[in-house]
Design a protein around this ligand. Structure first.
Ligand code: IPD
Length: 269
């Protein structure tokens, strides 16, 4: 019910706020240029610590729920409620002292996301949504930008970590870039999706996302009026995730289908 959704959201907001505070304090202590050991270790450690904090807080209040996190194995409770957690989305931004990273918590009931929080503490942005209840940033209602034709669209995207996938993503971008107003690569899939929700970009697409990357932010974009999905009517998935107002969604979708944006390039060697 709507009441349950708001109750779950309230818990998620409290936990995301605390997690965001801890992560932001951690970020302030990183000096990437001065780090001689592999700097990614610092982020991995913080990722683990923040996820552990979220897991503990969730299970303390709701011991029969399940928690799926980026960093760890799934814990399975019997309540039918599952918390999908990305402790820090946008880890490279985090490492470089940049602003666009976020703590993401999606709450699913019977497999459907019913409440979502994306907390971007350095920006001071707290995005929230409940299924059917709208999307908000710091309490202000969000609406996507009015649909524009693709050639007038500001389009955000992101890239995977493997060279093979990136080669194909560059190939796709070669065709997309001359056909749109411009491209943004923000560095956090969750913040990018919230950007669509807020009308700061017209559309977003990316191959290779995981459920914790899109879970929370997809509901926020949807509740702000975006269509969010994969190719050929599929829900968001690792093959491809697209978000845009209806109309622009289809135009971008058809272009991406034709370009094989849901595939990786040929194997190297
Ligand atoms: C990454 C970011 C990035 C996207 C990558 C993701 P992470 O998440 O969202 O923007 O392009 O595909 O893996 O690794 O920083 O949690």
């Amino acid at each position: 019910s709507a009441e349950d959704r708001s109750a779950l959201l309230a818990i998620a907001v409290d936990i995301a706020r605390e997690a965001g505070r801890v992560a932001a304090e951690g970020q302030a202590g990183i000096d990437v240029l001065a780090t001689k050991s592999t700097p990614t270790d610092v982020v991995t450690e913080m990722d683990r610590a923040v996820e552990e904090l979220i897991r503990k807080r969730v299970l303390a209040q709701r011991p029969d729920d399940s928690v799926l996190g980026e960093e760890g194995a799934e814990e399975t409770g019997g309540s039918g409620v599952r918390w999908v957690v990305d402790p820090i989305d946008g880890t490279v931004n985090y490492l470089y002292g940049r602003e666009d990273w976020a703590v993401c918590i999606a709450v699913e009931h019977a497999g459907e996301t019913v409440a979502a929080v994306v907390a971007a503490p350095v920006r001071g942005d707290l995005y929230t949504a409940t299924l059917g209840g709208g999307a908000y940033c710091n309490g202000e209602r969000l609406r996507v930008a009015d649909p524009v034709p693709l050639e007038m669209a500001l389009v955000a995207t992101g890239f995977g970590y493997s060279a093979r996938r990136r080669a194909q993503q560059a190939e796709v971008l070669r065709t997309v870039l001359p056909r749109v107003r411009d491209i943004r690569r923000g560095g956090s899939a969750a913040v990018d999706l919230c950007g669509v929700a807020r009308g700061r970009t017209n559309a977003y697409y990316e191959r290779g996302l995981n459920p914790w990357d899109w879970g929370a932010a997809a509901l926020i974009a949807q509740e702000a009026g975006a269509r969010v999905g994969g190719l050929h009517g599929a829900p968001p998935n690792p093959d491809l995730t697209i978000a845009a107002p209806p109309g622009l969604f289809e135009e971008l979708h058809d272009l991406l289908v034709g370009l094989g944006a849901d595939t990786d390039g040929p194997e190297e060697g």
